[in-house]
Design a protein around this ligand. Sequence first.
Ligand code: SF4
Length: 460
Amino acid sequence: MFSLGHLSVSETGEVKNHEHKYPYRLNFYNTPPIEEISTEEFETFALDRLQVLKAIEGAVLRSKTERQIADHIRDVSNQYLPLHSTEGGKGYPLEQERRKDHISHFILRLAYCRTEELRKWFIKIRFIEENKEERQAFLNNEKLNWKDLTQGEKESMKNELSHANPYIMFDQETFFIVDFEQVPDLVSRRAVYLKAGKAYVPLSEQVTLVVGEFRKKLSVALDLASRAFPSIDDERILPLLNNINQQYFGRTYINNNVTDKVTADNVDQLVEHFPLCMQHLHLKLRENHHLRHFARIQYNLFLKGIGLTVEEALIFWRKSFSTITDDKFQKEYAYNIRHNFGMEGKRHDYTPLSCISIIMNKQPGPGDQHGCPFKHFSEDNLKALLAQTGVRKDEHLKEILELVRGKHYQIACTKYFEITKCLDDLNSRDNGERHLIETIEHPNNYFEQSIKLSKASNGK
Ligand code: SF4
């Protein structure tokens, strides 16, 4: 072997390029990054990757087919963590993209171990989309060369292999022999021929082997990471690592910029764009002409976020509390309304509450109206509210309740959005244009997405 700058030539004449740190888009993240990065990059990389992982979680739970999952993942990845292949990515900053992928993986490895299942999807979709040569080069690099079945062995087992994999084109297929423990997914799907502790895996299912290998490496790495975690005491990054899973890092929604002026008189016409928590508060307000303290804060800040000014808010609440006197309203309620707008006390300009904050803080007691219906309602009450607000079909109710039982409240909320806005119908109607929504993380984001969708489907 000899080398020339960043090129080396092996005895077989193969030329390798060592110029790039990341020769492949695929990565098993075997080696931690050792370079210096700014705290700003640290935070941005982590949060961008988190967006993608959350979107994957949502897609896996909400989508019906693997195609839909792949579409969701591709769209969100392109937005937050683009990662082009070597062949198709000419003109893109491939090294930068792969560096971000590499570093952000390791940050979240420290912070967010729960995502193992989600990373599986990440690598799976990328592997499927990689071209044949890059896949093979990556596998060679990782020394993942599974033993092939010889042509003679393959022919002698034709009946068994074809029977186990009826959808393959037997004559063109290559098979690998691996220990059956390496492919639990295939074994549980009965999608592989088993004999004497070995599984005979067709090339078309190679991705299962890759994911299995990735999982194995990842669980060792996560174990190492969790042991390293207590020794990290850098006060610049520790808060981010500790709270990344429970904090809302998105927009504050202090300024609505998607609707025309919101006034005390047109709130009722906008309720169809409200998430379930706010629809519930609005219904209760109209029913009782009153809301309790935390419900008022939750709703008032939401209305502030969609564009209600403090003057209009005072009119809105005054009219809504129609059974009390002006004097009582001024004494007991007006101060708090102005306070939310930063006009009283410490003059803090409060932002609308995010889903995480509504779900985790101030648990509602009996008779309270605030909170998140997906998290805080009994199943019967939730069913009644869902039916009242537009979820008519049993299958839809079932889908939402299953997500709620799995404690996926925000994904249930996103599903509710999709169902009540008939997103499937819109997607099949609008000339192949797909209306995708992000997983709901903020009630005001729900509102914004609903307004945008209605404008798009009305062609405005
Ligand atoms: S998930 Fe968020 S937006 Fe949806 S109902 Fe719950 S708190 Fe409201």
